[in-house]
Write a protein that binds this ligand. Sequence first.
Ligand code: ADP
Ligand code: MG
Length: 292
Amino acid sequence: SVPSAILSALSAAARGGVLFKGGTALETLAAVKSFAFDKTGTLTTGKAEVTGLAAPGMEEGAFLALFAGLEAQSEHPIAGAIRRAAEARGVTVVPAEAVRALPSEGIVAGDGAAPLWAGNRRMLARMGVEAVPDGIEALADGAETVVWLGRGHRVLGAVTVADRPRESSAAGLAALRTGGVSRIAMMTGDRRAVAERIGRDLGLAPEEIHADLLPGGKVDLVAGLASAGRVAFVGDGVNDAAALARADVGIAMGVGGSEVALQTADVALLSEDMTRLAEAHRLARRTAGVIR
Ligand code: ADP
Ligand code: MG
């Protein structure tokens, strides 16, 4: 049977919006020395917004209709931003068919010779894009996430998408450090310029900011951290389910996170307040007798 000290800690954590799937998860969290965080939808709100658009030779509404149709079924925060931008302009969106996601890269509709696709630089390379039309490249110069839309080898246009850190993220990370966590890393599939801007905002050390990752890259980094002690991974499950599973403690965002992540994680964070996570870590340590 579960000792009563653990039971009462589990229920106290639950009242704070941190749901442990059992006493073992609580005990393991007490021993965690490193925390790895996904960026998009975890340290950031995941409520991204389209902030810029360039589609030379195409009417803006038609461009957004095509883009939103491709992103119609995707659960990625970027897809939500594109759909909302289309909706705000009142364009009619027809969902694309036979869409498949390439994790941390983008999405493609169909498998014909010139499929419609959207994604990042990695996707441009996959599609054999040789040149980007004038007037779009400038969009990519800033420190924002750039999402390209194209057909076959051709780029049709691009949008910039901005997401911001959750209000509680910086305080949550600081509280984890105060609570004895020695390493805090951020792992993202997004580009370096964006990762560095957001990581700096949150007070992360430059060497703890990891960008341009594929899902497997997150797993490898978690495994690397695990060689120095127990590691927790906090993610929303979009392109990071494998890292959640690899960590000693997988912590899934319950709000806006994916269903699968919630099922496989050891802990569900039902609050959007990141300081609750630090409180749960502290509670776990106190219960385990690591601290008083
Ligand atoms: P993070 O690790 O920060 O949560 P992801 O790994 O989910 O980010 O995504 C990394 C990048 O892959 C995005 O910044 C985007 O460029 C591209 N991408 C992923 N999913 C999509 C999508 N549905 N549409 C367009 N681009 C996408
Ligand atoms: Mg994410």
